[in-house]
Each structure stands twice: as structure tokens, then as C-alpha cells.
Design a protein around this ligand. Structure first.
Ligand SMILES: [Zn+2]
Length: 134
């Protein structure tokens, strides 16, 4: 189900920038605090910048103070995870289930009801405000 698609389709709006390619395809990480989506409070949906799949909704977004857009839940089945042992740490890597694009990581220190924190690179997301959102 994807009700937020326009008649033009669900694909990405614009070609990816080199920085977006670096994050999505090479597990890059944007500089903390650099994403305007950190402060995005409008109602809407967060899509994969790589393929346009719906990943998160604004209702699950919260301010974690981490410097990256954070969510306590993903759309069911939209985000897949993998064990990541890069950089000498064991973390849970999160990627788009549709295209495999790297999004960020999932940590077990989020708020209720899930207790999960999806720590996501803003550049991996394409925010689409809800119709009529202020
Ligand atoms: Zn994708």
C-alpha cells in the first residue's frame, strides 16, 4: 500500500547527488546535524532517495538528539537489517528492502513503544509532505 504516490509515480524526484550515492551504495554517513530533515516536523512520508519506496512516516519520527533524523519504527517490511561489524563495532545496519540502499543503523535505545532507534541519513531519505501540511 502506498497512498502518497503522485499520479506521476513513486520514483525518485531527481538524480542522486554524489553524496547520496556514497551513502546509499557505499554505506556512507553524512556529517551529524547536516540534514535539514533533523528539524522537519511536518506531517508526511519519508521515501527512499534511491528508489522511492515508502520507508517511514512522520508519526514515528522523533528528536533523538543524535544529529541524524531518527524514527522509532519503520513501515512494515520496508526496512531490512543486517549485522554490521565495520569500524570495530557490532551494529545493526538498516537498508531499503526494495533496492538495498544503505540508510543508517538501528539501535536498541529508542523510545516506547518499540524501544528502537532508526538512525537514518537524511540524504538517504526523500521527504514528501502530506497534502495540506503546514
Ligand atoms: Zn530503496
Amino acid at each position: 500500500m502506498n497512498t502518497s504516490c503522485s499520479p506521476a509515480g513513486c520514483g525518485p524526484r531527481a538524480p542522486l547527488t554524489p553524496e547520496q550515492e556514497r551513502i546509499l551504495r557505499e554505506h556512507g554517513t553524512e556529517y551529524p546535524g547536516s540534514s535539514p530533515l533533523n528539524h522537519e516536523k511536518r506531517e508526511g512520508a519519508y521515501h527512499c532517495a534511491g528508489c522511492g519506496a515508502l520507508l517511514f512516516r512522520s508519526a514515528t519520527k522523533y528528536d533523538s538528539g543524535s544529529g541524524w533524523p531518527s524514527f522509532w519504527a519503520a513501515e512494515p517490511g520496508a526496512v531490512a537489517t543486517a549485522r554490521d561489524t565495520r569500524h570495530g563495532m557490532v551494529r545493526t545496519e538498516a537498508h531499503c528492502a526494495a533496492c538495498g540502499g544503505h540508510l543508517g543503523h538501528v539501535f536498541p535505545d529508542g523510545p516506547p513503544p518499540t524501544g528502537e532507534r532508526y538512525c537514518i541519513n537524511g540524504l538517504a531519505l526523500d521527504f514528501r509532505p502530506a497534502e495540506g501540511a503546514a
